[in-house]
Design a protein around this ligand. Structure first.
Ligand code: UDP
Length: 334
């Protein structure tokens, strides 16, 4: 099978590309390198361009005889989505509809879509199953939910087959080395804590110490990027035209901010300074997946079930690439 990975130069997409290549798929990557990196693409051909460019996408789909699209290209920061909703609706919704219509025009009707637990908003009950009502509380979550709905409508009207995979907190790096998490500016917990361990930051700010959780800090379900990728492959193999799968991807295990920091201290051997501060607007107290449907319908289970082995892979990446990808060559020609 020939797979187009849109956003394959980004954090999760680049791990997907590697896993597809290892499994023997032919991979083509489309990425505008707005947040991705040329060096993150370790297999297949990289085409630098916009997913909203229907002319380009149609020719890529036909020229490479693409069978299915995996779509990772999105803006994915909750706070930024509140401050700059236009950017989120344009990228996550408008450009994705262009991509879907280029697929429709070339009769490529299979898509695996990166969705998110942010589509659930602040759930009344945890763990979160796929039956939990989707009530997003920020533009990021809304934009992802809009595309889930569009995919359902495209399945019904045009015969698309799709999987919408609702990620919990993606973390870690490829144990094979060379690729990992690199955002500018970084806002995610684990990379920031590891940057403190590397001496690149003074401290980690804990966002809120008055949450209704056991140690009063927020609880999240951290899932390794390779586990996410393997679930995508399982979903790809199960796509059925005219139908959609909507599945949570998490481990089912929740860990608090304080537990993550403590685990990072154990792994790195560094005394990581943590300062308890104000809550971050928009953060739900606890997001943990009910991961049973993924097991049932994808036959998939995470290999990394606790933060320690996940963070160990992230720590190896951060030690070997303390500044992330080489920014000099990242955006330039190959
Ligand atoms: N967090 C924190 N300090 C930071 C970054 C994150 O306390 O500098 C907390 C955040 O409030 C959340 C958890 O860590 O409870 C995970 O945040 P992250 O931004 O990594 O992912 P999110 O859950 O927002 O997708």
């Amino acid at each position: 099978m020939n797979i187009l990975v849109v956003g394959g130069a980004g954090y999760i997409g680049s791990h997907m590309v590697r896993q597809l290549d290892l499994a023997g798929y032919k991979v083509v990557v489309l990425d505008n390198l707005s947040t991705g990196f040329r060096q993150a693409v370790t297999a297949g051909e990289l085409i630098v361009g916009e997913m909203a460019d229907q002319k380009l996408v149609k020719s890529v789909l036909s020229d490479h005889a693409i069978d299915a699209v995996m779509h990772f290209a999105a803006c994915a920061l909750v706070g930024e989505s509140v401050a700059e909703p236009s950017k989120y609706y344009r990228t996550n919704v408008l450009a994705t509809i262009e991509l879907l219509d280029a697929m429709r025009a070339t009769n490529v009707k299979r898509m695996v879509f990166s969705s998110t637990c942010a589509t659930y908003g602040i759930p009344d009950v945890v763990p979160i199953s796929e039956k939990t009502p989707q009530k997003p509380v920020n533009p990021y979550g809304f934009t992802k939910l809009v595309i889930e709905r569009a995919l359902e409508d495209y399945a019904h009207a045009y015969g698309f087959g799709f999987a919408a995979l609702r990620y919990f907190n993606a973390a870690g790096a490829s144990p094979l080395g060379g690729i990992g998490e690199d955002h500018a500016p970084e806002s995610h917990l684990i990379p920031i804590v590891l940057q403190v361990a590397l001496g690149q930051r003074e401290h980690i700010s804990i966002y809120g110490n008055d949450w209704p959780t056991p140690d009063k800090t927020c609880v999240r379900d951290y899932i390794h990027v390779d586990d996410l990728s393997l679930a995508h492959m399982a979903a790809l193999e199960r796509l059925e035209l005219g139908k959609g799968l909507k599945v949570n991807l998490g481990t089912g295990n929740g860990f608090s901010v304080k537990q993550i920091i403590e685990t990072c201290r154990d792994i790195t051997g560094h005394d990581i300074r943590a300062i308890e501060g104000a809550r971050r607007p928009g953060d739900p107290p606890e997001l943990v997946a009910d991961a049973s449907l993924a097991k049932e319908v994808l036959g998939w289970e995470p290999q990394y079930c606790t933060p320690k082995p996940i963070i160990e892979t992230a720590w190896r990446w951060h030690q070997s690439h303390p500044q992330g990808y080489d920014k000099e060559t990242a955006k330039g020609s190959a």
